[in-house]
Design a protein around this ligand. Structure first.
Ligand SMILES: Nc1ncnc2c1ncn2[C@@H]1O[C@H](COP(=O)(O)OP(=O)(O)O)[C@@H](O)[C@H]1O
Ligand SMILES: O=C(CO)[C@@H](O)[C@H](O)COP(=O)(O)O
Length: 497
């Protein structure tokens, strides 16, 4: 039996998924790495940590499952988007990567609008607004704040492109990830020379653009020794984690929406038309499937809010199962407690780096379970904001598929159905992005004929969670309070800053 390998360079961990040539999952493994938050609004990771975790995750997977390395025919990647890896002339990492969830670049976003000439002009060039998490503002931040590092800068890569480079020695960035840099013309699929010039960036810091299914090369001798892979394994470009998650959950045609409770929270809908939201409320990016696009709303702290609750509020004394049990014992609506999930600011729908988290309506009756449940509910209200914006853009759908770490929780599945007021489909695939990366490896290497046939064959709905009517009514009322709270507080967030 031959195999293909999907690697997802996530925010919390690198996840490896080994698929056999029939599309069956043969083995899975993951390895965590640290996240550094040296200042409020900052989020960084060390690319070397990703690479070391990747070596370990592959090596262990091969050894523990007694896999013959020569049987792995192709490997591909999914990766957290936008997070900038800065390399010098010798291809060495200059400083820690500045992540997608880092919001230090508000001044650079203003600078982009000034230089380009406003939101609409920018949307025309790159189909998206200037948001703190995107890559271009991070490059400008380096230029403005660490000129000695900018001086050394020779190439900018995204996380999975860095791992691909370490595996092969070949530089490149695939189009689905390049779309999130704010430097790429989504419609033509090329770097936008116009915006690069307007921002006065060096053109040669950007690597060649690739299709997600491009065969980039093979595993280098050195990487083979470090990972345990064979030098004959083909390396395929791969895609942005949300594009891969969409592939791995069947969001490659109209009519379906993916909601993901990962570190970030996203709502994704495929579209054939690259028509940007002129107001820039919803992202528009190239899909990993050629000639296809997707619209996406993004929350900065979905699973990350829950993880913060677990690690900070509960000092890691309860595991996820215990947190779920306590929350399940509390009625829907957390008896009036509402959480705003803006721990790191927010992207969709507010595009406000200064927003912050809030527990609203605390009373003497509220116990631990109320706080836990209200975090799950507040995050899900945030996802509903994105779902509504996607509907407003004229996207019609018949099905919502839930993925990401938070979707493992039965309670969160039900909360999502109740807050969306819509049935939620659960899939046979838990690791959407890594699964999508493995499919991309298979299509790129010619093991699978095309995306449409393999995705329909492999990705199946295994359960549908129906909304509970009385909860839907109650949550609708709470959602309208939730929405007003941000409006009421937005100036206070500025004061706080
Ligand atoms: N049993 C669980 N119940 C609720 N949430 C969970 C559970 N397990 C994991 N999570 C959430 O999933 C998040 C990680 O999701 P994942 O999709 O693996 O993230 P990423 O791809 O960003 O690394 C965690 O931050 C946590 O909030
Ligand atoms: O910034 C975005 C999308 O625009 C995030 O969705 C990142 O891509 C990180 O994803 P996860 O680590 O949560 O999967």
């Amino acid at each position: 039996m031959n195999y293909i390998l999907g690697l997802d360079i996530g925010t919390s961990a690198v996840k490896a998924l080994l698929m056999d040539q029939e599309g069956k999952i043969a083995a899975e493994n993951s390895e965590e790495y640290p996240l550094f938050t040296p200042n409020p609004g900052w989020a960084e990771q060390n690319p070397i940590d990703w690479w070391q975790a990747t070596q370990k995750v592959i090596k262990t997977l091969l050894i523990e499952n007694k896999i013959d390395k020569n049987k792995i025919k192709a490997v591909s990647f999914s990766g957290q988007m936008h997070s900038s890896v800065f390399l010098d002339q010798q291809n060495k990492v200059i400083r820690k990567a500045i992540l997608w969830s880092d919001t230090r670049t508000s001044a650079e976003c203003k600078e982009i609008y000034q230089k380009v000439g406003g939101v609409e002009k920018l949307a025309k060039l790159v189909s998206n607004p200037a948001l703190e998490g995107f890559t271009a503002p991070k490059i400008l931040w380096l230029k403005n704040n660490e000129p000695e590092n900018y001086q050394k800068l020779a190439k900018v890569l995204l996380p999975k492109d860095y791992i691909r480079f370490m595996l092969t020695g070949e530089m490149g960035m695939d189009i689905s990830d390049a779309a999130g840099t704010l430097l790429c013309d989504i419609k033509s699929g090329k770097w936008s020379q116009e915006i690069i010039d307007l921002l006065e960036l060096k053109r040669d810091i950007l690597p060649p653009l690739l299709k997600s299914i491009t065969v980039v090369g093979k595993v280098s001798q050195m990487a083979a020794e470090l990972t345990g892979l064979a030098i004959t394994t083909k390396v395929i470009a791969g895609g942005a984690d949300n594009a891969c998650g969409a592939v791995g959950s069947g969001i490659i045609k109209p009519g379906r929406v993916m909601a993901s409770l990962g570190s970030s929270g996203v709502v994704v809908a495929q579209t054939d038309q690259p028509e940007a939201d002129p107001a820039g409320r919803i992202h528009l990016f190239n899909h990993a499937v050629p000639e296809s696009y997707y619209m996406m709303g993004v929350m900065l702290a979905a699973g990350m809010s829950f993880k913060w609750l677990k690690e900070s509020l509960f000092a890691d004394q309860l595991d996820y199962d215990s947190l779920n049990q306590k929350a399940a014992a509390v009625p829907a609506g957390s008896e009036g407690l509402i959480f705003l999930p803006y721990l790191y600011g927010e992207r969709t729908p507010h595009a406000d780096a200064d927003a912050r988290g809030v527990f609203f309506g605390i009373s003497g009756k509220h116990q631990q379970g109320h706080f836990i449940r209200s975090v799950m509910e507040g995050v899900t209200f945030g996802l509903r904001d994105s779902l509504e914006l996607i509907s407003e853009r004229g996207i019609e759908f018949e099905e919502i598929r839930l993925i990401g770490g938070g979707s493992q929780s039965k309670l969160w599945q039900q909360i999502t159905a109740d807050i969306f007021g819509y049935p939620i489909s659960l899939l046979n695939i838990e690791q959407g992005p890594a699964f999508g990366a493995a499919i991309i490896a298979g299509v790129g290497a010619g093991i699978f004929v095309d995306f449409a046939s393999i995705v329909e064959k492999l990705v199946k709905v295994v359960n549908i969670i129906e909304p509970i009517p009385e909860n839907v009514v109650y949550y609708n009322e709470k959602y309208s309070i939730y929405r007003k709270l941000y409006q009421d507080l937005k100036l206070r967030f500025k004061d706080l800053k």
